[in-house]
Design a protein around this ligand. Sequence first.
Ligand code: ATP
Ligand code: MG
Length: 599
Amino acid sequence: MSDSEPTSPVKSSTRKILAVLGRYFAPQWRPSVLLLLLLLTGIGLQLINPWILSQFIDQAVAGAPLNTLLKLAGAFLLFALLRQLDTVAESYLAANIGLRATNQLRSDLARHCLNLDMAFHNARTPGEMIERIDGDVDRLNNFFARFVIDLLGNLLLLIGVLILVWRIHWQVGAALTGFSLATFILLNRLRDIGVPLYREARQANAMLYGFIEERLAGTEDIRANGGVAYVMRRLLEHARRLFRADLKANLMSVSVFGFTRALFMAGTGVALGLSAFLYLDGILTIGAVYLSYRYTEVLLQPIEVINRQIQDLQQAGASVARVQDLLARTSRIQDTGTTPLPQNGALPVQFEDLTFGYIDDDNATGAPLELVLRGLSFTLPAGSVTGLLGRTGSGKTTLSRMVFRAYDPTGGAVRLGGLDLRAAPLADVRRAVGVVTQEIQLFHASLRDNLTLFDPAVPDAQIESVIRELGLGDWLDDLPDGLNTLLQPGGGGLSAGEAQLLAFVRVFLSDPQVVVLDEASSRLDPATERLLEQAITRLLTGRTGIVIAHRLGTIERVDNVIILERGQVLEFGARAALASDSSSRFSQLLATGLEEALV
Ligand code: ATP
Ligand code: MG
């Protein structure tokens, strides 16, 4: 996780922050104005009560009638109550503004990331994505909700209080103005000491959770391979780093807090001492002494808040910078094609001198590390079924990814129905090509949602008929809640064969024109295998099929065979012809036994 910090966080990120703030804050200017009004009202209420109390004291000392005192007390209570109401309304409004703005930003970010290319996603763990879409945005919540308002409001409060104390007596005013300035500068210094400590604590936190997330996902493998003790040790190391960082950060914040309190006490002492002298000289009344004491206390709030907001600005700066980086990323897959693909019927698939290599996401030049596919040229006629064979790592899955434009070619082209994939809208390509991947992803959702990928428009009857058509009728009848049965997270509780059959149902429902089937290499029991065979036959009828086969049963149904080796075509031809030619690589493969030869 890169945490690139600009040298002067406040300055260099201010413009970025303002840009993001403007975009997400602007739609909420109305509630924000209301919030500002509430804040100003709150400030007024906060300033008026000490004054009423000082009047009360002076009147009481002067022996005013009870009625006058009661009126003052009543006014005091009323204003105190109003201030509480004001605070509640203000908090509600601020939370509302903050959440609306950040939720919008969150969904914009999530949408943006979903449209980014696979190279981007391959380079990042789910934990990191969560941190960037949720964590960073969460840290901006306060920022959106309160920053401008708090800064403005508290600045006004500060000025207001200073004016009021100057009005009590110029000496008190001068002393407290000097004190405010000194406190401000001191706190500013202290804050800079704390920032790296807080940053380290956050980083340690992110690392710990990244670690936990990844290990939890791999818990089965870790247990099976006896890695538990090692994982526990690493966990403890991460936890220790977090513990130390947190301890330091907390110690720091407690010390800063204590120091601030001490400063404030000193300020109160100065104000009280000065007032006492002025009182003894007969310049101030006892009520005015109280007032200057109270206002000193009120004074501390804006100093604290403004300081906290500046600290928040620094933290928000780092988050905003990351959010902006993310938003500024463009997908390597540009959806600019406009020529529609034919809607119906099987489509021919052509590979024209296709070259491809995966790129490292960090590499700005976009040059591939090494070529995985090299100069592939062949045509799969519409409606034909082609079996793709080759050793592990020879590029079969990679080739299949090219067909639905998960990646763009490094050189050459892939054509569907004669049209370069890049010339067609991406949505057309994804609709035309159905994919069953080697590792089928099932979600912790109902069977129905898993099959339709959360599209409520597909009628239940249609889903059921496809399930029965693919031979899963008995399986469906055994489910407790039929289509509403909740599948376990990650497809737990389903056999590999069942998961594949469900993936077939998925593809069937989307009715594609081209089907890419990357067969799982796991061995299946004969009954499931028979079911799969039938299902594959049904799936491929009337469609152009590319089948990455690991089993003899699957290979026997294909029309053509391609054998890949290190990203190049070793052999391409009609299956029947290749099988009967005893010098072909394919017939040698059949003789050795497919399963053994391909591992
Ligand atoms: P298998 O039979 O094991 O499924 P395969 O023929 O499908 O193998 P591919 O998955 O296409 O092989 O991999 C071909 C090469 O590309 C391998 O060297 C692999 O390491 C590399 N590769 C595959 N996926 C990626 C990726 N997302 N990023 C970088 N390199 C990759
Ligand atoms: Mg593969």
